[in-house]
Design a protein around this ligand. Structure first.
Ligand SMILES: NC(=O)CCC(=O)C(=O)O
Length: 295
């Protein structure tokens, strides 16, 4: 029998973390929530975008950490070490949301996600590829590119017991090519730490999650910070997990909480058998976006 994309049942947990200005307090809170999730049996835990700081261009330089040499020292990157320790303590795979990263050689900042394995080893790094630059008059203007530089790769991480996952950050979800490349390279799950807001969250959060699942017939998880109406940026919340048929498995409200779902082997194959878009593509009519990507 052909191997399934998801090789073993997996409990996924998304932590809709409430964080504030105190980085050490944010890291301690993240640790307690990660361990709460692993005590419930989670094998893969996800934190939100900018989980260790407020979200906003003025905060990126203040909270940025340097990730080289690898591993960095605790002074260079307390978050790197906190995440590695959480993963090891909870014996879990951990997608560490994202943190602002500073790259001294080029004097550039990035919005970066660190992925750790159950032994506390760094497995992958994803720098947000598409920067959140939008202007909806009277509603929201935001320009990450005033401070940040974009990453330049698709991130696919192999979790040996389970299979491959695609990791990207927030606004990246609006660019379906990243998702399609990861899925065509064998990912069973696409994860997006992300902080939509009250305008775009209401418009598109659920739609984006379900669309990426539907297009690619894979599981999708979106992990938001909890909403804080005292903060400069009000996150949408509503962290959610979607199945390969684009059905919502579980979704939170806006408060701090953890959302879980049991991902089953065979669901992707069953979905693709029923609606076989996966084998019906017409690469003689349009290009395969994954063709030139080396996993
Ligand atoms: N942090 C982000 O990238 C926000 C993206 C967002 O709100 C959107 O609508 O897209």
């Amino acid at each position: 029998m052909a191997t399934k994309l998801l090789k073993a049942p997996l409990k996924l947990a998304l932590i809709q973390l409430s964080s504030g200005a105190d980085k050490a307090a944010n890291l301690a809170r993240a640790r307690s929530k990660v361990l709460e999730a692993t005590s419930q049996g989670a094998n893969l835990v996800v934190l939100p975008e900018c989980f260790n700081s407020p979200y906003g261009t003025k905060y990126f330089p203040k909270y940025a950490e340097t990730l080289l040499p690898s591993p960095p020292t605790t002074e260079q990157s307390p978050s790197w070490h906190a995440l590695a320790d959480m993963a090891k303590e909870g014996k879990t795979y951990l997608v560490g949301g994202s943190i602002p990263e500073y790259w001294p050689e080029t004097n550039k900042y990035y919005n970066t996600s660190l992925v750790f394995g159950p032994e506390g080893k760094l497995l992958a790094t994803h720098r947000k590829v598409h920067l959140f630059d939008i202007d909806i008059p009277g509603k929201i203007t935001f320009r990450e590119s005033e401070v940040l530089s974009p990453g330049n790769k698709v991130t696919i991480v192999d979790l040996p017991e389970y299979g491959k996952i695609g990791v990207a950050i927030c606004y990246d979800i609006r660019f379906p090519e990243l998702a399609t490349i990861a899925a065509r390279k064998g990912a069973f799950l696409l994860l997006y730490p992300g902080a939509f807001n009250l305008t775009t969250g209401a418009l598109h959060w659920e739609l984006q999650a379900r669309a990426r699942a539907m297009d690619n017939q894979v599981y999708v998880g979106l992990c938001s910070p909890a909403r804080d109406m005292e903060a400069d940026y009000n996150a949408w919340g509503h962290s959610m997990i979607v199945d390969p048929n684009a059905g919502i498995m579980a979704q939170l409200e806006e408060k701090e909480d953890v959302v879980y779902a049991d991902l089953e082997t065979g669901r992707i194959e069953e979905t693709r058998k029923g609606i076989p878009i996966y084998t019906q593509r017409r690469f003689d009519v349009y290009p395969d976006v994954s063709e030139h990507y080396e996993a």
